[in-house]
Design a protein around this ligand. Structure first.
Ligand code: PMP
Ligand code: GLU
Length: 393
């Protein structure tokens, strides 16, 4: 009998849909994939070469549980230069992707039935990670009219004696919105007042189209002590398969996470870590070029979506997603449980284009498109969305 913990845990929608698309493609069915948030750019050459060199130089043995010292030193420098944050290498833990960093964090802070606030729409894995580590996700439905940004009163109303932590994703997946410093400040103050950990997921930090970015830990000493800054290289350096993410936190938490990781996985692959070191010190140019292209795509999508009046959206300021409002299609369709599932199923089966249903992110009136794919795919996929929406009217 498997653990009760799994009773309410669902498999990852994003990974699941993308696997389905790959299966269809292997059968010769050409699906346009606007589902998974995986950069379509190749990992830059210099990073690949650093990994090859690491293998040739036999850097292929066990190392420190918290990650290579050289890499943690580079992360510490990055956090100071980009985010005005002073973290020593002993406050940094390198893990197998930001997913793993978040899991380590939850394992280190949660006692059974502790509550973790998850503002919705949320990134698909947060609630499941909380459940798997013994906590209870508490959702706050943020409002479209607030661009899905959490409001201070909404946060205050959700806090109980059992609240242990909150997720803040900035820039956001799935909406692409970015909180300004002024918007973050009252939220951080509330967390500090209530002694709540802030899991600040900053993985899309670099993918921003001009908005100013503020790291939550930079607000005050109190905020710094309570914040676990999560970041990684999957998005900024197009290194999804290398599985490198990291946390920066207070020393006590970092020690706890290092010890959890030491027992469960030892540490992430040393080869990936040497590649990550190269990415930390030498990928700015490649990242800029990727962001320039994402911005061009975003602008193209805005133009196309203007011509699909049956749907609406909030213009993203970063990341590589559009969260598309499909609530106008509600009366035009018959479905049993979920509007967004019905729409995504129709789009996949009848139009061969893959989106992710908003229900995976806690909002069934939306679907998410990723534009981490070519202009050609974007145009093709959105043309199908247009055809579909028009066919219902
Ligand atoms: N956080 C967010 C908001 C994400 O979208 C992702 C996407 N994979 C992750 C964390 C995890 O990234 P990874 O494990 O590939 O570093
Ligand atoms: N974070 C990406 C997404 O939301 C990648 C998939 C995943 O890790 O779940 O699509």
């Amino acid at each position: 009998m498997i653990s009760n913990k799994l009773a309410t845990v669902t498999p990852s929608f994003t990974i699941g849909i993308s696997t389905k698309v790959k299966e269809l493609k292997s059968k010769g069915i050409n699906v346009t994939n606007l589902s998974i948030g995986e950069p379509d750019f190749l990992t830059p050459e210099n990073i690949k070469e650093a990994a090859i060199k690491a293998i040739q130089n036999n850097m292929t043995k066990y190392d420190a549980a918290a990650g290579l010292l050289e890499l943690r030193q580079a992360i510490s420098k990055k956090l100071k230069a980009d985010n005005h944050l002073e973290y020593t290498p002993s406050q940094i833990v390198v893990s197998s992707g930001a997913k793993h960093s978040i899991t380590n964090t939850l394992m280190a802070i949660l006692n059974p039935n502790d509550e973790v606030i998850v503002p919705a729409p949320y990134w698909v894995s947060y609630p499941e990670m909380v459940k798997l580590t013994g906590g209870i996700p508490i959702f706050i439905d943020t409002k479209k009219e607030n661009s899905f940004k959490l409001q201070p009163t909404e946060l205050e109303n959700a806090i109980t004696k059992k609240t242990k932590a909150i997720f803040i994703t900035n820039p956001s997946n799935p909406t692409g919105i970015i909180y300004s410093k002024e918007e973050l400040k009252p939220l951080v103050d509330i967390c500090v007042k209530n002694n709540i950990y802030i899991i600040s997921d900053e993985i899309y930090e670099k993918i921003s189209f001009g908005s100013e970015f503020t790291s939550i830990a930079s607000f005050s000493k109190e905020a710094y002590d309570l914040t676990i800054t999560v970041n990684g290289l999957s998005k900024a350096a197009s290194m999804t398969g290398w599985r490198i993410g990291y946390t920066a936190s207070n020393e006590e938490l970092a020690k706890a996470m290092g010890s959890i990781q030491g027992h469960l996985v030892s540490h992430p692959s040393t080869i990936s870590q040497w590649a990550a070191l190269e990415a930390m010190v030498n990928s700015e140019e490649s990242t800029h070029e990727m962001v320039r292209i994402y911005k061009e795509r975003k602008e193209l999508i805005v133009e196309i979506l203007k011509n699909i009046p049956q749907v609406s959206y909030i213009e993203p300021q970063g990341a590589f997603y559009f969260f598309i409002d499909i609530s106008n299609l509600k009366d035009k369709l018959t479905y049993t449980d979920s509007l967004s599932l019905k729409v995504c199923d129709d789009l996949l089966e009848k139009h061969l284009v893959a989106f992710v249903p908003g229900i995976a992110f806690g909002n069934d009136d939306f679907i998410r498109m990723s534009y981490a794919t070519s202009m050609e795919n974007i145009e093709k996929g959105l043309q199908e969305l247009k055809k579909y929406a028009e066919s219902l009217y």
